[in-house]
Design a protein around this ligand. Structure first.
Ligand code: FAD
Length: 405
């Protein structure tokens, strides 16, 4: 009998977790496993703010996919997915196509720009290794160039971060640690540097405990961040941004660096392939399959799972993507063995920690609020745990974070 072919697209948190669990659960005689990813490396998306600010080298946030998969069981293909032909059970790649019996879509998310003019063209993103490397280089270039020009352009030293959610705040934490180093390196007066965080919502870190939010805001303000809350970015231009607060007249803020960190949508491949989606995210069944397509699972940032307690979608996180990966692996192993009774996914929230630089953080862990060095230590535990779950102790020793303060 022909062995079923399991194809996993995307080797981020969700896809890699599915793969390493499946390679243990399914024997080589039972199924073929194919993993497809754009790059030959996996990157820790949750560490990209560090690579973007330049506080951690981008090589520290990535590792070779082949080092963590069992190559005798998994066929790794480095290629880019262009479209999924679900009726024909085929994945179209830039350099070919692959048929599947079971498909796991784990392609992650993309920045949501809400149609704001100029953001795609002029703002930087924190989305992958390439964008992080480009942002770090750009900021460094502004500092390096500042003293080279006869007529000083102070806008070179203005950095705007759009969005005071998780990504924006974590990036600001790193950036405020990096700025003094850049000032020192390029002989720039630190008083000339301006860091602005523009957020349309009425609060920083919506959904977080207000006491922790106050802590985060005062720590970042102390390090020079100016918050413009309840203020919407209306447009991004080559010279900066246009903002408006309520009924006030729109005004321009000149800045040579604008970073957009204010929203995630599902991967555009989802809509291009004709899946019914909300902002690129597919509302999956409790067993994580796509309604109407029993051979297709979607996990991670391109999936949408409702938190029944508040009847709203869970925010997309690495934590949820990894837990989904574990369930999908078990469900596919069951299907391969002819079982039809699949496991239901339930999110087990282990807590959230938001870093404010390598030495500070806020969070709720096992229901308890933590701040400062204790929270920062917890953040490193969380970061090392995700390495451990994918690549075991060896990967933690190679890539883990051990600097306690
Ligand atoms: P990803 O991990 O993003 O992986 C997607 C993979 O698909 C990548 O390898 C990519 O290269 C590949 N891919 C994409 N398109 C294609 C294509 N067309 N063809 C082939 N391959 C493709 N979450 C938390 O839980 N805790 C945190 O502390 C946290 N901090 C964050 C900090 C930052 C700065 C950011 C940006 C996000 C943070 N998140 C955090 C969110 C978390 O990173 C995401 O929710 C998580 O990465 C989603 O996992 P995923 O498996 O869906 O996708």
């Amino acid at each position: 009998m022909k062995k079923p072919k399991i194809v996993i697209v995307g080797a981020g948190y969700g896809g890699l977790m599915t793969t390493v669990r499946l390679q243990k659960l399914v024997g080589v005689n039972e199924a073929d496993i194919v993993l497809i990813n754009k790059n030959d490396y996996h990157y820790e998306t949750t560490w990209l703010h560090e690579a973007s600010a330049g506080t951690l080298h981008h090589d520290r946030v990535r590792y070779d996919i082949r080092d963590v998969i069992d190559r005798s069981k998994v066929d790794f293909v480095q290629d880019t997915v262009v479209e999924i032909k679900k009726e024909e059970k085929k994945v179209i790649l830039e350099k070919g196509e692959v048929e599947y019996d079971y498909l796991v879509i784990a392609l992650g998310g993309e920045p949501e720009t809400f149609g704001i003019k100029g953001l795609k063209e002029y703002a930087f993103g924190i989305t992958n290794v390439n964008s992080s490397r480009q942002l770090r280089e750009h900021i460094e270039y502004q500092f390096a160039t500042y003293n080279m020009e006869e007529e000083k352009n102070d806008n070179r030293l203005v950095i705007v971060v759009g969005g005071a959610g998780f990504t924006g705040i974590e990036f600001l934490g790193e950036l405020t640690n990096r700025i003094p180093e850049l000032c020192h390196e390029y002989d720039v007066d630190s008083h000339k540097v301006k860091i602005l965080c523009v957020e349309a919502a009425p609060t920083v870190l919506p959904g977080f405990d207000p006491e922790l939010v106050n802590y985060a805001v005062s720590q970042l303000e102390r390090k020079g961040v100016e918050f413009l809350i309840g203020t919407a970015i209306k447009e991004c231009t080559p010279n900066g941004i246009i903002v408006a607060k309520g009924e006030e007249e729109p005004r321009e803020i000149k800045a040579e660096t604008v970073v957009w960190a204010a929203g995630v949508r599902g991967n555009s491949i989802i809509e291009k392939s004709g899946f019914e989606a909300m902002r690129g995210r597919v509302k999956v069944q409790p067993d994580l399959r796509v309604p109407g397509f029993d051979d297709v699972f979607i996990i991670g940032d391109s999936s949408l799972v409702i938190n029944e307690e508040i009847n709203r979608p869970y925010p997309p996180t690495a934590q949820i993507a990894m837990q989904q990966g574990e369930v999908v692996a078990r469900n596919i192993a069951a299907l391969v063995r002819g079982k039809q009774d699949l496991e239901t996914f339930t999110f087990d929230n282990k807590g959230t920690v938001c870093s404010l630089g390598h030495d500070d953080a806020i969070g709720v862990v096992f229901g308890k609020k933590v701040t400062g060095a204790k929270a920062s230590f917890m953040k490193k535990v969380v970061d090392n745990r995700s390495l451990y779950m994918i690549g075991g102790a060896g990967l933690v020793l190679k890539k883990g974070k051990f600097n306690v303060f």
